[in-house]
Design a protein around this ligand. Structure first.
Ligand code: COA
Length: 250
């Protein structure tokens, strides 16, 4: 059986770590195991001098459909989401080296919000960014309620995070959510080449520049925690459970 997340080095540049979501039969929805694998890879990169940049990819035509709704339903029915999701969000927010993503196709929920923690995102023109948190009776996560209004202003943030409106790749670029739009054929090549260029830069200067641009992490971590408290409570509500069940029995 193939691994649902593949961690590898870019063949042409071993300083580029690639995290590839590889669960296409479930639209690359993230399970708790997948979060753990990704968290370990991000944390390992922080202390590995051989890694200078980490890249995220999904599979052809699908970045990620977000958190596995089966896992949400299990939590709604008395289980727990555990620490796996929150640990992944911390690892993203605290990553010490540049994060780059190449999005092709659907980027839903955390498939959208993880890009907020990336320094460069290149998306194919057929990509779509969508966060249906409220439709699932949930609330925004990953620090998105803090970062998205800063990036794109109150109204577009509300349209995305509360109204659940889909943003095309071009909408996302204009809103400042992503860096560039390209074709589906070009997205991986351009993303890897951007990552390789970053990996060739003086790492200490790049780190300082990145830290200055990203600003203090403490407030992002605090917002991740605040959102997570609401999120955990929402997961236990009847309206959330009904939304998860409706999805699972389609
Ligand atoms: N969690 C669990 N399974 C998911 C999933 C998710 N987030 N997204 C898709 N899947 C599964 C489907 O259940 C289906 O499984 P099955 O073949 O065993 O029935 C498979 O992936 C293919 O999805 P399907 O819905 O048939 O494909 P589609 O092209 O018609 O639609 C989506 C794709 C992504 C638009 C749709 O699956 C969807 O809306 N997913 C939920 C997205 C979401 O709300 N994520 C949570 C955000 S917080």
């Amino acid at each position: 059986m193939s691994e649902p997340v593949i961690i590898e080095r870019y063949a042409e540049n071993s300083a580029v770590q690639v995290i590839r979501f590889n669960r296409p039969e479930k639209k690359n929805a993230f399970t708790r195991d997948m979060y753990r694998t990704m968290t370990d890879a991000l944390n390992a990169a922080n202390s590995d001098n051989g890694v200078r940049v980490t890249v995220f990819f999904g599979t052809e035509g699908c970045f990620s459909a977000g958190n596995d709704i089966g896992d949400f339903l299990a939590a709604a029915m008395g289980g727990s989401m555990g620490q796996d999701l929150i640990d992944f969000l911390y690892a993203l927010a605290k990553a010490e080296k540049p994060l780059v993503s190449g999005v092709d196709g659907l980027a839903i929920g955390i498939g959208t919000t993880l890009n907020l923690h990336c320094d460069l995102t290149i998306a194919s023109d057929r990509s779509q960014f969508r966060t249906p948190f409220v439709d699932l009776a949930l609330v925004p996560e990953a620090g998105s309620s803090l970062i998205v209004p800063r990036i794109m202003g109150q109204q577009r943030a509300f349209a995305m995070l509360a109204a659940g409106e889909a943003f095309s790749a071009e909408d996302a670029r204009l809103a400042g959510l992503i860096w560039k739009v390209t074709t589906a054929e070009q997205v991986e090549h351009q993303t890897l080449s951007a990552a390789a260029k970053l990996a060739a830069k003086p790492p200490e200067a790049l780190k300082i520049a990145r830290d200055l641009i990203r600003g203090p992490r403490e407030e992002i971590i605090a917002r991740i925690d605040e959102e997570a408290r609401h999120f955990a409570a929402r997961l236990k509500t009847a309206e959330a459970r009904a939304a998860f069940e409706a999805f699972m029995r389609r």
